[in-house]
Design a protein around this ligand. Structure first.
Ligand SMILES: *[C@@H]1O[C@H](CO)[C@@H](O)[C@H](O)[C@H]1NC(C)=O
Ligand SMILES: *[C@@H]1O[C@H](CO)[C@@H](O)[C@H](O)[C@H]1NC(C)=O
Ligand SMILES: *[C@@H]1O[C@H](CO)[C@@H](O)[C@H](O)[C@H]1NC(C)=O
Ligand SMILES: *[C@@H]1O[C@H](CO)[C@@H](O)[C@H](O)[C@H]1NC(C)=O
Ligand SMILES: *[C@@H]1O[C@H](CO)[C@@H](O)[C@H](O)[C@H]1NC(C)=O
Ligand SMILES: *[C@@H]1O[C@H](CO)[C@@H](O)[C@H](O)[C@H]1NC(C)=O
Ligand SMILES: *[C@@H]1O[C@H](CO)[C@@H](O)[C@H](O)[C@H]1NC(C)=O
Ligand SMILES: *[C@@H]1O[C@H](CO)[C@@H](O)[C@H](O)[C@H]1NC(C)=O
Ligand SMILES: *[C@@H]1O[C@H](CO)[C@@H](O)[C@H](O)[C@H]1NC(C)=O
Ligand SMILES: *[C@@H]1O[C@H](CO)[C@@H](O)[C@H](O)[C@H]1NC(C)=O
Ligand SMILES: *[C@@H]1O[C@H](CO)[C@@H](O)[C@H](O)[C@H]1NC(C)=O
Ligand SMILES: *[C@@H]1O[C@H](CO)[C@@H](O)[C@H](O)[C@H]1NC(C)=O
Length: 638
């Protein structure tokens, strides 16, 4: 007796240690005007997943779990990348549900494929061991499975018109009935062929897609009285199947036999996808969709059952509006902005009317306030500012009434400036790039020369000269450590001939040409390593075109055009990998480039048309835009 007792204690202790809190699936924060592109893209088709699919699961790291019953596999696309596939061989037949917890335990419906277990647990990390779950020996499949944070497995028994639960912590716990009486019906306590289930653990609520009653029911934990939140009113549902929630507790439903997706926001329910209700395989159509999941960015993934594919519908971020934040102490254009290691933003110099500025100020994201900090030794416009690996900021060259070769260092710990070695020549409208070895490469600026700053000595050394004297060009550090310089002009000649600097040899080589000459353009390194060049101008024309440099082929290809020609604009990589361009001469608009589709979508407009401004990605993933032409001290956040 006492031996038995202590065993039970040990078990409980182990299980308690096993418990890990926090969501491992995605409930993204969406604003009330969120929209999804009505045209989906196919993530996987029947070549990879066969014809008998039903459910998928996406974890917080956007790893996708899906089965291929024909090949008897569960496929795992790490971080959603189909190229990074793992697979688990597993006997699966007519399986309808799969759920993954944060310890990478997969719970899968094995009613028709295992004579041992209605639901099987697969421990992915420990050599893919398959466990059966004891005391779940009933004679029906779990149509949908959900595992709560406290390790309780919920299961919808469609033919029994019930939802039941079973603790995974204690095998001796019995099954509990959570919703439904066991007899079909359409009252508040009964269900008819329930399918998808979702637990809102924040709010102790269970949501049930009550397919046979064409309604969505919600049950407070412990209550058998369901409340109908969506039924035969505005939307005539036809067998709702999958169900999921966003971060605010709004409900998203697969209306399966109407081949559409319905979502809720603060204004009620709306049709989002497949709204003409015709089954088909166009990008805007679904055919008997069964399930849906969010990824961490708020994109919707739909199991498009009869089309044997998984469709992804991108969240269109039109809802992230601009909002104003603290105002700088002076108006500035042609200034610099650098994110310090403490998260503050250092703005330096620039000009206000024709007064050149030596002042600098700091933006504190935690308060939204600006404070002035030490002045530079000279006023600078058309200079550069680079955050060194030691946390200091190196400012180089630029001009006031004369062009400058001096450089100085800002120390965030003291808020003061010290001069450092001077460059060998004066430079303005040049570039500065931090190399992987920590040195700073400055290029051009009304000269073809380039030189390297060594932060450990404070000295400059010249390196090979470029093929042309450039200014108003760009320089980007590639993932292979080389620096790509594009465009710019040499006196009145505009350039389309990029060149590459190799820090290991100190040499420049030319590369394939861009499709057009560009000055006042932008260049950004995408997460796939390619370089996106946008806009700018030729000697006479402003450009809306964009093109991509592929370091692996050393070649350029054009990509989607922006909605507007932009000159003297900014481009910033967002945390979701998209590129935000803002402003440009006479423009308050902004737009987003999606590297996966090569296309642009417009997004909220800024309060002012800005150019010669700055844009910086704050550590909380918000973009800070400051100042710009003519002449602004205001700043705003995206
Ligand atoms: C969706 O595709 C249709 C047809 O290809 C096209 O006309 C429409 O503009 C697209 N919608 C969006 C938002 O891309
Ligand atoms: C599935 O996609 C692959 C490319 O990923 C394509 O080659 C194949 O033709 C597609 N199969 C079907 C049935 O659409
Ligand atoms: C997916 O994986 C492939 C192969 O490793 C890689 O080339 C590609 O960049 C990855 N895609 C993304 C979006 O990470
Ligand atoms: C599944 O994994 C096994 C072992 O890792 C591998 O040999 C096999 O090629 C994989 N199957 C597919 C379809 O990728
Ligand atoms: C997601 O990735 C983080 C960091 O690698 C890891 O700690 C976490 O466990 C992962 N989540 C899941 C559900 O695998
Ligand atoms: C939904 O309402 C329509 C008319 O309003 C009715 O004909 C239909 O039977 C209702 N369906 C259900 C499942 O209640
Ligand atoms: C929580 O549930 C209650 C009762 O069902 C409901 O009134 C409330 O709106 C819910 N709150 C959220 C944030 O979903
Ligand atoms: C990021 O920081 C800015 C500045 O303090 C703030 O206004 C904004 O709400 C923050 N954004 C998020 C997503 O936390
Ligand atoms: C800084 O921000 C705080 C809190 O937002 C505010 O109370 C304070 O007045 C601000 N200070 C200045 C100098 O703007
Ligand atoms: C740096 O420059 C100074 C002054 O030109 C010189 O005295 C010193 O030796 C140089 N240091 C290095 C490491 O080159
Ligand atoms: C590149 O640099 C190396 C060493 O600095 C030199 O020997 C070589 O001639 C250079 N090559 C070119 C093409 O300039
Ligand atoms: C570079 O692009 C051009 C035009 O698109 C093409 O003709 C050429 O073959 C490409 N070169 C390489 C090395 O990919």
């Amino acid at each position: 007796m006492s031996v038995k007792h202590s065993k039970v204690h040990l078990l409980i202790l182990l299980f308690v240690l096993d418990e890990v809190a926090g969501y491992f699936y995605n409930r993204p924060s969406l604003s009330s005007d969120s929209q999804w592109n009505p045209n989906g893209t196919t993530i996987v088709n029947e070549t990879m997943i066969g014809t008998n699919l039903f459910d998928l699961f996406i974890d917080e790291n956007n790893t996708v779990y899906i089965s291929n019953e024909q090949k008897q596999q569960i496929l795992i696309f790490v971080q959603g990348n189909v190229s990074w596939m793992r697979n688990i061989s597993m006997n699966l037949k007519n399986s309808s549900s799969l759920f993954v917890t944060n310890e990478e335990k997969i719970y899968v419906d094995t009613f028709y494929s295992s004579n041992v277990s209605v639901v099987s647990e697969i421990e992915v990390n420990s050599s893919w061991r398959v466990n059966s779950i004891s005391r779940m020996n009933f004679c029906e499949q779990c149509f949908d499975i959900f595992v709560s944070e406290d390790q309780t497995l919920f299961c919808s028994l469609s033919q029994q018109h019930q939802v039941i639960s079973k603790s995974l912590l204690n095998q001796w716990n019995h099954l509990r009935i959570v919703a439904g009486t066991g007899s079909e019906g359409s009252t508040s306590t009964t269900l008819r062929n329930p399918r998808g289930i979702f637990l809102d653990e924040n709010n102790s609520t269970l949501f049930v897609a009550d397919c046979g009653n064409n309604r969505i029911q919600k049950f407070r934990f412990g209550s058998f009285q369901g409340e109908t939140i969506l039924s035969n009113g505005t939307f005539q549902l036809n067998c709702p199947n999958g169900i999921t929630l966003d971060g605010q507790g709004f409900v998203f439903v697969v209306d399966s036999n109407n081949h559409r997706i319905i979502g809720q926001n603060s204004n009620g329910f709306h049709c989002l996808i497949g709204c003409n209700q015709s089954a088909g395989s166009n990008p805007s159509q679904l055919s008997s969709p069964s399930n849906l999941q969010f990824d961490s960015f708020g994109n919707l993934f739909v199991v498009d059952q009869q089309n044997h594919r998984v469709q992804k519908f991108d969240l269109i971020i039109i809802s992230r509006q601009w909002k104003s934040t603290g105002t700088m102490s002076v108006v500035r254009k042609d200034h610099t902005a650098s994110i310090l290691t403490n998260g503050k933003v250092l703005v330096t110099g620039g000009q206000t009317n024709s007064v050149y500025l030596n002042s600098a100020e700091l933006y504190d994201p935690s308060t939204g306030n600006w404070t002035t900090t030490g002045n530079m030794s000279v006023a600078r416009v058309y200079h550069t500012a680079s955050l060194l690996s030691n946390g200091k900021v190196l400012v180089t060259g630029g001009a006031n009434s004369v062009s400058l070769n001096s450089a100085e260092l800002y120390d965030p710990s003291t808020g003061s400036w010290t001069t450092t070695g001077a460059m060998s020549v004066v430079r303005k409208e040049h570039t500065a790039s931090i190399l992987t070895n920590g040195k700073v490469l400055v290029t051009g600026g009304w000269t073809d020369s380039a030189e390297l700053y060594d932060p450990s000595t404070g000295n400059w050394t010249t390196t090979a000269t470029m093929s042309a004297a450039r200014y108003r060009h760009t320089a980007s550090l590639l993932t292979n450590g080389k620096v790509l310089v594009t465009g710019g002009q040499t006196s009145s000649v505009y350039l389309n001939s990029p060149e590459l600097y190799d820090p290991s040899t100190g040499n420049w080589t030319t590369t394939g040409n861009m499709s057009v000459v560009r000055v006042y353009h932008t260049a950004s390194i995408l997460s796939n390593g390619k370089v996106l060049v946008t806009g700018g101008q030729t000697s006479s024309v402003s450009l809306n075109s964009a093109e991509l440099y592929d370091p692996s082929t050393d070649n350029w290809t054009t990509t989607g055009n922006m909605s507007a020609a932009r000159v003297y604009h900014t481009a910033s990589i967002l945390s979701n990998g998209k590129v935000l361009v803002t402003g440009g001469v006479s423009l308050n608009s902004a737009e987003l480039y999606d590297p996966s589709t090569g296309s642009w979508t417009t997004t909220g407009t800024m309060s002012l048309a800005r150019y010669r401004h700055t844009a910086s990605l704050l550590s909380n993933k918000t973009i800070l835009v400051t100042g710009g032409c003519c002449y602004f001290s205001s700043a705003e956040l995206y």
